[in-house]
Design a protein around this ligand. Structure first.
Ligand code: AMP
Ligand code: MG
Length: 483
């Protein structure tokens, strides 16, 4: 039974109070035998939460939504979204709850995923299982360690319930921390109601939480839009620079804050290939690695459409202003990508002759498909005079040697390269290994992987296998949504 009790955690309900039309009061399903599998003690500390209490029986009940702090009002959030290009007018949290906001780090949502069916569940069972929730935990923490804006993972708790997937699997709830769960789909939903007051309140709420300077702009809604475009252009450039494939960039999975959200079918590139997709349902490659910037621009156009009534009373004028604001996306993305790629190559600042060298490297990557992460890291050694490891990763050795001489003449900064190019990413084969073991009850491989990805730029003794590409025998990798 869900109980309310005095609790060391104070939660506010700003979203639920300011935007009741987007918030449906709801309770988590009872977890029969909750057991803590992972707790992010450093994050708990940053949030001012008592990690020892979170580990206690009452703390664990709190982490699955069964012990609701006095004064908290858990809600399922309502939103719409374009899924693979098709509009779904009413998605919402089918298996998640916003428990409330924590007044730390400038305000953070505490959200539960896998907490049971809600009225938005449609055909789904409202549940989640251990493997995918630990997957979100380890990949989101890896992204954070890589310096990429992301939601964070506070805890994963096994519920003690069996959940039917292809086989019966152990159920779990993920406690997720985000600067908010506002998404493009939230604005699409508000706009579709035709209630301009709701859209206006949502806009003010988003501005206050994420872009307070926009409140002072002559046109706050347009300023919000410009800020989201800039944040998302920067975000997707960071994904591209580290070889991250999100996998399901539907408009309900694109945040207003500019944080990466929803680690369902995501995965990192091994071999460089722009056409790479991992998701079982992405047959057309809509969300392939190379398509991510273009599809994000498409998603941001949907946000622009939703904001039109607030941008200007005259629709034509509104469309023209939003179109111009969206035009910044390509410039901002290209600039962030170029600066980032030069840093990956140790070429900070402006250097004469760098541009064609960078361009030609991209050509080499396209032709030879080296392991993306290993190759850039090996180039740091090449900058220090040992080119053999990088050379071993390409097919056209003569072409590589010619390129290398030109690049070395630019005097690349190997220190910058080692701060920019990770040694360790959550490699698909290692993630699978850790999750299979965890599902069978052995959390050790998960713990070691988490440790490895938490310090991604350090080549640490004993962590060699976390830097290696997948063995040939691992084969093609497929990921799944909504697991
Ligand atoms: P996602 O692609 O994971 O962001 O999910 C898209 C939509 O499907 C959201 O509205 C989710 O709440 C919902 N959903 C995903 N899995 C389930 C599930 N097992 N039960 C109920 N709803 C789900
Ligand atoms: Mg989602």
């Amino acid at each position: 039974m869900t109980t309310t009790a005095p609790s060391p955690v104070a939660l506010t309900s700003r979203f639920a109070t300011e935007l009741p039309e987007l918030a449906l009061a709801w309770q988590a399903e009872e977890a029969p035998d909750p057991q803590l599998l992972a707790l992010n003690r450093p994050l708990a500390g940053e949030l001012g939460l008592d990690a020892d209490w979170l580990q206690s029986a009452e703390g664990v009940r709190f982490l699955v939504g069964n012990a609701v702090p006095d004064g908290a009002h858990p809600v399922a959030q309502c939103y719409a979204g374009h899924q693979f290009g098709g509009y779904a007018p009413r998605l919402g949290d089918g298996r998640a709850l916003l428990l409330g906001e924590i007044d730390a780090l400038g305000g953070r949502d505490l959200h539960l995923k896998g907490s049971g069916r809600t009225p938005f569940a449609r055909g789904g069972d409202g549940l989640a299982v251990v493997g995918p929730m630990l997957r979100e935990y380890v990949v989101s923490e890896a992204m954070h360690a890589l310096g990429i804006p992301t939601t964070r993972s506070l805890a994963v708790v096994a519920t003690g319930r069996r959940v039917q997937r292809e086989t019966a699997l152990p159920g779990a709830v993920l406690a997720r921390i985000a600067s908010s769960h506002l998404r493009v789909g939230s604005f699409q939903y508000a706009a579709a109601t035709g209630d301009v007051d709701l859209l206006d309140r949502l806009t003010r709420h988003a501005i206050a939480r994420h872009y307070p300077e926009a409140a002072q702009a002559p046109n706050p809604a347009l300023a919000l839009y410009e800020a989201v475009v800039a944040a998302q252009a920067s975000l997707v450039a960071k994904w591209m620079l580290v070889g991250f494939v999100h996998g399901v960039m539907n408009t309900d999975n694109v945040t207003i804050s500019g944080e990466t959200i929803d680690y369902g079918p995501c995965a990192f590139l091994d071999a460089f290939d722009p056409a790479t997709t991992f998701s079982s349902i992405d047959q057309g490659g809509r969300y392939s690695y190379g398509n991510q910037p273009v599809v994000l621009e498409w998603d941001l156009a949907r946000l622009g459409e939703a904001l039109l009534p607030l941008v200007h009373d005259d629709q034509e004028e509104a469309v023209s202003q939003v179109t111009e604001a969206l035009g910044a996306f390509r410039r901002e993305y290209s600039a962030a990508w170029s600066v980032g790629l030069r840093a990956k190559l140790g070429l900070a600042g402006s250097r004469d002759g760098a541009e064609p060298v960078v361009e030609d490297l991209l050509g080499l990557l396209q032709r030879d498909h080296p392991d993306f992460t290993s190759f850039f890291r090996a180039l740091a050694d090449a900058a220090d005079g040992d080119a053999a490891p990088a050379r071993d990763l390409v097919l056209d050795r003569d072409g590589f040697d010619r390129w290398l001489a030109r690049w070395q003449s630019l005097e690349p900064d190997s220190g910058l390269m080692r701060r920019t190019n990770p040694v360790v990413i959550p490699r698909n084969h290692l993630v699978e290994e850790a999750l299979s073991a965890a599902t069978a009850g052995d959390l050790d491989p998960f713990g070691r992987l988490l440790d490895a990805v938490s310090r991604p730029f350090e080549a640490r003794p004993g962590f060699g296998r976390y830097a290696e590409p997948a063995p040939e025998s691992f084969g093609a990798y497929t990921t799944y949504c909504g697991t």
